[in-house]
Design a binder for this molecule. Structure first.
Ligand code: SF4
Length: 321
């Protein structure tokens, strides 16, 4: 059985005159120690899926259908107290900007100890030793000195390493990383992703990596989901999807990568923009941007189905894969 199972997940935001549906029947699983990438443009629903898992959807948003199971326990029906025990403890989250996670007026050590104190009754000396060992594990130089430093005294890369150390403090089973390297320089990005892969292997840690960067997904993950307008449109092994995408949206994302084009040539673009989630087009939501759309595409919703050893939500996937 999968460690995490998301089934038929729907998230909606009721508004005065309309209803915004941010997720529309999302299904996926994550096994222990597996690295899963979720990709798509802004507004595709990738971060919303992560927030739903951790019950972090802000009001008036709510899970309106589906279920989330972790370690054979329903998460979507847990009360706040029980969810607090899961969040940060069994499932940890890393955000794009470490300064969103770190408090600028508290030392790194204070913040780590506070995190431990929220979940355990560990004596202070033991807690300090554990924190320093985690800082060492994420390759922070002079961890004893950094324990007493403030976030502004560290570089962006070191701050993100501290955030990863905090996420590891309670030995979680899963880390959800939402664009963890977007705010960093390219060389630091590679180091951080290398570190995360190493930690996943050492601790048999499951990783859900949310990103718009297909190159990062290709390097780091074993399986991937492509999301569009609140739905999964393609899912399968990363190698398979990257080498032979079946959904026209996935193809468009891959063709837009700079290295796929002649150096100096014009970048390929997917025409148009992601639809408003208040007014998603009928049929396939991608049809206004798709060069393969026909009458069936504008009227019938393509279900996610097996095509050539992956899942694709496209009426013409057999011809396109
Ligand atoms: Fe394009 Fe039609 Fe496939 Fe949608 S279902 S991606 S519009 S071909």
């Amino acid at each position: 059985m999968a460690l995490l199972e998301v089934k038929g997940l729907e998230v909606e935001f009721p508004m005065r005159a309309a209803r915004l549906t941010a997720l529309r029947g999302v299904d996926f699983t994550l096994d222990a120690g597996e690295r899963l990438g979720i990709v798509g443009e802004s507004g595709a629903g990738k971060s919303m899926a992560a927030y739903a898992i951790l019950n972090l959807i802000s009001e008036p948003g709510r899970i309106s259908a589906g279920e989330i199971r972790f370690d054979d326990q329903r998460l979507d029906t847990l009360d706040d107290e029980a969810m607090r025990h899961i969040r940060g403890n069994r499932i940890a989250m890393i955000f794009q900007d470490p300064m969103m996670t770190l408090n600028p007026v508290l030392t790194i050590g204070t913040q780590m100890i506070e995190c431990l104190a929220a979940h355990t009754a560990m004596p202070e000396r033991q807690a300090r030793e554990l924190c320093i060992s985690k800082l060492r594990e994420v390759a922070i130089p002079s961890p004893e000195a950094r324990f007493d430093a403030y976030p502004h005294e560290l570089s962006g890369g070191l701050r993100q390493r501290v955030v990863i150390a905090i996420a590891l403090l309670l030995d979680p089973a899963i880390i959800i990383a939402d664009e963890p390297t977007t705010a960093l320089d390219v060389t630091i990005q590679a180091e951080i992703m290398g570190l995360m892969m190493e930690l996943c292997e050492t601790h048999k840690l499951g990783l859900i990596l949310i990103t718009h960067d297909l190159a990062v997904v290709s390097d780091v993950t074993q399986r991937m989901l492509v999301m569009y307008a609140g739905r999964v449109v393609e899912a399968g092994t990363t190698a398979q999807i990257i080498s032979n995408p079946a959904h026209p949206y996935t193809r468009g994302l891959l063709q837009a990568l700079p290295q796929k084009n002649t150096p100096g040539g014009q970048l390929n673009q997917i025409p148009g923009t992601m639809p408003s989630l208040i007014d998603v087009p009928a049929g396939c939501a991608f049809h206004p941007r798709c060069g393969h759309a026909d009458a069936q595409c504008t009227s019938a919703l393509p279900e996610l189905r097996s095509v050539k050893r992956r899942q694709v939500a496209c009426h013409h996937a057999e011809d396109l894969a």
